[in-house]
Design a protein around this ligand. Structure first.
Ligand SMILES: [Zn+2]
Length: 297
């Protein structure tokens, strides 16, 4: 089971998020038939998403959209405060490696943007956009937190896959300096950058993420939250029926006349929803617009 840990460290002057996301990533591999490079990039993006989701509260949620103009296309991740995350990429069958290591930067590209859209259950959504700096998500999100959220942070991510395209290690850490952090605290964190730079090895050697906290902060940390996280899509046949209804009567009549059914696939989880003729006629009743006959009157 994937776990997210939220902790305070260095006399509560530093906040730490850790997420292990092997199961979430393998669920995405299964649903989207991802090849390892696509899985590595999506897995890391979902790891960031689930950690950022835990910075929210109540029923708040966020969407991360990353477009680096690379072979994978666009990466989209939704996450919420409850530890639920889902995601997809434009192209699933992507594999680039460099000397046996997956090449995330080539996969994602680095000529584009990251959008973070937060739904804080207010009137408007909050969107911040930053240009991609490197195509390395850990570095780019370090930049995001510094510029968009004015929170000095250190982000590290890691992934390892076996020969069957299954993630065996996947996860990440975000260390954030709180306002009363001192020069000394900053230096302390900087002294740990080396250990954190190979996060895949660190996770592989320490499957229990608490051991990583111990390694970084000895006993100077306090866990404030520890929870299960999961790949979860909130799509439903009802929601897609609403989507079909919004196409308008004329379009739905066309579907009934040509195919006698409609098939909709959820981008996020690849669940297929089929609507037969009767169901389409039911949706037609509630749809907006005029039917062709009505239009001719
Ligand atoms: Zn879905």
């Amino acid at each position: 089971m994937d776990i997210l840990i939220k902790a305070l460290a260095l006399n509560e002057k530093v906040r730490v998020y850790l997420a292990s996301t092997v199961d979430i990533t393998n669920e995405a591999v299964k649903r989207h038939d991802l090849w390892p490079s696509a899985a590595s990039v999506l897995g890391k993006a979902m790891t960031i998403g689930v950690m950022m989701g835990s910075m929210l509260k109540g029923d708040e949620a966020l969407t991360i959209k990353i477009d680096g103009n690379g072979p994978i296309g666009v990466v989209v991740v939704d996450a919420n405060a409850a530890g639920e995350v889902r995601g997809y990429v434009t192209r699933e069958h992507v594999l680039f490696d460099k000397k046996g290591t997956l090449d995330d930067v080539t996969t994602l590209g680095y000529n584009g943007f990251i959008d973070v859209i937060k739904d804080l259950k207010l009137k408007d959504l909050f969107t911040s956009t930053i240009p991609l700096q490197t195509g390395d998500l850990a570095k780019d999100f370090t930049y995001y937190f510094a510029t968009s959220e004015q929170t000095p942070s250190l982000v590290s991510l890691g992934s390892l896959f076996d020969v069957n395209n299954q993630a065996i290690v996947l996860g990440g850490i975000i260390i954030q300096l709180l306002p009363d952090a001192t020069e000394e605290d900053i230096n302390y964190i900087e002294s740990k950058v080396n250990i954190l730079s190979s996060y895949s090895s660190l996770l592989k050697d320490n499957p229990d993420q608490e051991d990583i906290l111990k390694l970084l902060f000895n006993d100077d940390y306090k866990i404030v939250e520890k929870k299960n996280i999961s790949f979860r899509c909130n799509c439903s046949k009802e929601k897609f029926a609403g989507g079909i209804a919004s196409l308008g009567k004329e379009e739905i009549e066309d579907m009934i006349n040509t195919d006698k059914k409609a098939e909709v696939i959820c981008h996020f989880c690849k669940e297929v929803y089929t609507f037969d003729e009767n169901e389409l006629r039911e949706i037609l009743k509630h749809a907006k617009g005029k039917t062709k006959n009505e239009g001719n009157k």
